[in-house]
Design a protein around this ligand. Structure first.
Ligand SMILES: Nc1ncnc2c1ncn2[C@@H]1O[C@H](COP(=O)(O)OP(=O)(O)O)[C@@H](O)[C@H]1O
Ligand SMILES: [Mg+2]
Length: 396
């Protein structure tokens, strides 16, 4: 008989009945025992393996927890054990790129072998999305020129990439096709020759997207066009939409910098996004423009979906007669969803040195505020996924 290997790494065990395994097949691992609620707050990359006792948790809560795992950019491998494995739970588990089930009762060696296989399974390769790959697409648009839309898009993309464990997992797409600034802000190359692709959307495939995406870091790619004053005329709606579809298939997160002037594809892009962020600043013209743009977008989005308003360049002391937050919300006729502090020095360092603010001025309040915004969007996304999964288990 071949001896089962000794396991190592950080293992999160869900269910008190798993505790005795610490002295047996899990001897040697860094073991954390927790309840099912732990799955929802798990930081990406914080454990090497999740072990779940399906018999010890209520199926709805467990399905919600597994859905929260699946919502992570790069979920940890997960092994579920139990004598009664409801089909809906196994289905939820199958949404994870690396998962296995072991029917109880089992021998200690069987658990070790299954766990070891998952621990050594390669993370899904970049650009080879697993079957249930779910990407998130967040669109950012400025209500007026210069309010900070590109800045927010660049910071969000950089933050998500920094948290991701998978290579080429985040893509920033600059749809300011004629004169986008994202490449310059990141100190990267704009390499997508949309004008040369012409009208044949069917010619664009995953390989072409991968070839024209400029690597900014290992985990962050940029899809942006070189400066071309007539680029908008050369990029038909089908081409832009196909490009975005392919980006969403290849990456875990796609952040789109959407120009504020309406194009033939604008509403399709916004309607297809999971979040639409409208950036404004605290001046009366920008607030009025943000209100008008949000109304237009809301009318075009699927029922119930709302753009979120981000007020940029908030200063603790405004110079001159700037509107207060209450006045701003009155002008907007809606609540602002987030605010970003003003920090000219950090913003200038970033654009002049090339690279996100989070790289050059990690302590800037802008970074803190963008992080809070991203955390909130991610938490709400995980909640929605958990609700949908619990609903599916109830319906099964
Ligand atoms: N919170 C902020 N504090 C200070 N400067 C900012 C802030 N956000 C953006 N900026 C600066 O404002 C200018 C315009 O920002 P940008 O993101 O290009 O706006 P937009 O894309 O909406 O036209 C840039 O120089 C940028 O560095
Ligand atoms: Mg811009």
């Amino acid at each position: 008989m071949i001896a089962a290997p000794m396991l190592s790494g950080r293992v999160l065990a869900i269910g008190p009945a798993l505790a005795p395994l610490a002295a047996g097949p899990l001897f040697g691992v860094v073991l954390e025992l927790a309840g099912v609620e732990r799955l929802s707050g798990l930081a990406p990359g914080s454990v090497d393996l999740v072990l779940i006792d399906a018999d010890g948790a209520d199926p709805e809560g467990l399905a919600a927890g597994i859905a929260a795992l699946a919502a992570q950019p790069s979920p940890p491998p997960t092994l579920m054990v139990g004598a009664h494995l409801p089909a809906a739970l196994v289905r939820a588990l199958m949404r994870l790129p690396r998962a296995d089930v072991l029917e109880a009762p089992f021998q200690p060696d069987q658990l070790t072998v299954a766990a070891q296989a998952l621990l050594t399974a390669p993370a899904p390769a970049a650009h080879l999305p697993h079957a249930a790959h779910r990407s998130r697409c967040w669109a950012v648009s400025g209500a007026a020129g210069g309010v900070g839309a590109t800045t927010l898009a660049v910071e969000l993309a950089s933050l998500l990439a920094a948290r991701s464990v998978r290579e080429r997992s985040v893509c920033l797409v600059d749809l300011n096709l004629a004169d986008g600034a994202a490449a310059a802000y990141l100190g990267a190359k704009a390499a997508l020759p949309l004008g040369e692709i012409g009208p044949g959307a069917e010619r664009i495939d995953a390989g072409l997207v991968a070839a024209f995406a400029s690597p900014v870091t290992k985990r962050l790619d940029l899809l942006a066009c070189p400066r071309d004053p007539v680029a908008f005329d050369h990029a038909p709606r089908e081409v832009v939409l196909r490009l975005l579809d392919l980006a969403c298939e290849a990456y875990d997160f796609v952040i789109v910098d959407v120009p504020r002037h309406r194009r033939a594809w604008t509403l399709d892009v916004l309607a297809g996004a999971d979040e639409v962020l409208v950036v404004s600043e605290l001046t009366v013209p920008a607030l009025l423009a943000a209100r008008a743009l949000s109304d237009e977008i809301e009318a075009a989005l699927p029922a119930g979906a709302k753009p979120r308003i981000v007020l940029n360049r908030l200063a603790s002391r405004m110079f001159g007669p700037a509107p207060s937050m209450a006045e701003a919300e009155r002008a907007l006729q809606r609540k602002a969803d987030a605010g970003l502090s003003s920090d000219w020095e950090a913003a200038a360092a970033s654009v002049n040195l090339g690279g996100p603010i989070s790289q050059h001025r990690p302590k800037s309040k802008i970074v803190r505020d963008v992080t809070a915004l991203a955390d909130r969007l991610l938490a709400e996304d995980a909640q929605r996924a958990a609700k949908a999964a619990a609903h599916a288990v109830r319906a099964a």
